[in-house]
Design a protein around this ligand. Structure first.
Ligand SMILES: C[S@@+](CC[C@H](N)C(=O)[O-])C[C@H]1O[C@@H](n2cnc3c(N)ncnc32)[C@H](O)[C@@H]1O
Length: 348
């Protein structure tokens, strides 16, 4: 099935504005996702995967809410997401932990979110996940590096919300590599294993020695945030532009997109940033929508979808076009042609 031939699951002509850029499977829109989400039909999205601006003590360059007002701010988005999700859809939120301002005491904001979303909005917490990023730098400097009274914080909470108790999911799509011990067992079950009861009472029968193609993953996802983001960073560097300061690694959306959706489904990121989610969705054959309210983040995110051999000149033309609110279409092979036709209008 060619992805170009599948029909887009929603009518993007009804978004009330042109897409900033479109690809074979998705479209990125500039604006406040509170308004953009409302343009989508109810019960239309399979997965919203996103990482909102966190409630940090220090303001990031793109602005973020203080910890107190944070839950209510995010709940406004979540209420609309609830309506727009299909009944078997999922809403997956990546939230970093934070300290209270000036004190070595953790904020409870990321734990208040699932309580509020389940009690007040009607979501279920299908499962709690934890993203362990071993490459995270120690912080906050005052408590960890200087006074040495707290350990390094290297885990984000990832809440998987659903509208029903049985959202679409298939863990066989995200199996992990077997441990060395399990590999040995599979090679020679007779020699390695005597069927017996474990101290826990679990009956470990020979059926345990069946090769299922991989192990069931745990809810602790170990993913270093060291993606090279080749094409994206190359574009930013060549054009002298700043890359997004808070990108997540592509393995993170990849896990949930494979786990919770099927090819042709619709995946939406409502705080898209550099559009890692859309890029992974495209690679996985899913339709996608990206909403982001900073034009420059959206403009540079388009580099991700361009052919690897695109010239710096054409990248710049595409970027300039987006920055003057023109729409571009990035259908790999045709991009170069589409842009060359426009080349005379823009300065390289
Ligand atoms: C943590 S970043 C997301 C980074 C993204 N996951 C990536 O890999 O690049 C959050 C983004 O949300 C955007 N944002 C904040 N409020 C928004 C809103 N109301 N509508 C759309 N985007 C918003 C910010 O500009 C920022 O780029």
């Amino acid at each position: 099935m060619s992805p170009q031939k599948t029909k887009f699951p929603v009518d993007i002509e009804k978004m009330g504005r042109s897409a900033t850029y479109k690809t074979s499977l998705g479209a990125a829109f500039l604006g406040d996702s509170l308004q953009l989400l409302e343009k989508l039909p109810d019960n239309s999205i399979n997965l919203v995967f996103t990482s909102p601006p966190f409630a940090l003590q220090r303001e990031k360059e793109y602005g973020n809410k203080g910890q107190n007002e944070y839950v209510e701010w995010l709940a406004e988005f979540a209420e609309i997401v609830y309506r727009k999700l299909k009944d078997d859809g999922s809403f997956v939120l990546d939230l970093g932990g934070a300290y209270e301002k000036g004190k070595p005491v953790r904020s409870l904001y990321n734990f208040r979110i699932p309580i509020y979303f389940c009690d007040k909005i009607g979501f279920f917490l299908a499962e709690d996940f934890y993203w362990f990023n071993p490459s995270k730098l120690p912080s906050p400097i005052e408590w960890v590096n200087k006074r040495k009274i707290r350990a390094k914080d290297s885990v984000n909470t990832i809440w998987w919300f659903s509208k029903t108790e049985f959202p679409k999911s298939d863990v066989t799509k995200v199996l992990t590599e077997y441990s060395d011990r399990m590999k040995k067992l599979l090679e020679d079950p007779e020699k390695f294993y005597d069927a017996k009861k474990r101290p826990s009472g679990h009956d470990i029968s020979k059926a345990f020695a069946k090769d299922n193609g991989g192990a069931i993953p745990s809810n602790l996802l170990q993913i270093p945030n060291t993606d090279s983001n080749g094409q994206y960073l190359r574009g930013c560097k060549n054009l002298g532009l700043k890359a997004h300061p808070a990108r997540f690694p592509s393995k993170l959306p990849e896990f949930f997109i494979r786990f919770l959706t099927e090819p042709g489904d619709l995946v939406v990121d409502i705080f898209a940033g550099s559009n890692t989610t859309g890029f992974v969705a495209e690679a996985e054959g899913r339709h996608w929508l990206a909403f982001e309210n900073e034009l420059q983040y959206l403009a540079t995110s388009s580099f991700r979808f361009m052919d690897e051999d695109i010239s710096e000149h054409n990248m710049n033309i595409a970027y300039q076009k987006i920055m003057v609110n023109d729409s571009i279409e990035i259908i790999s092979d045709t991009l170069q042609l589409t842009l060359l036709e426009e080349a005379s209008t823009y300065q390289a």
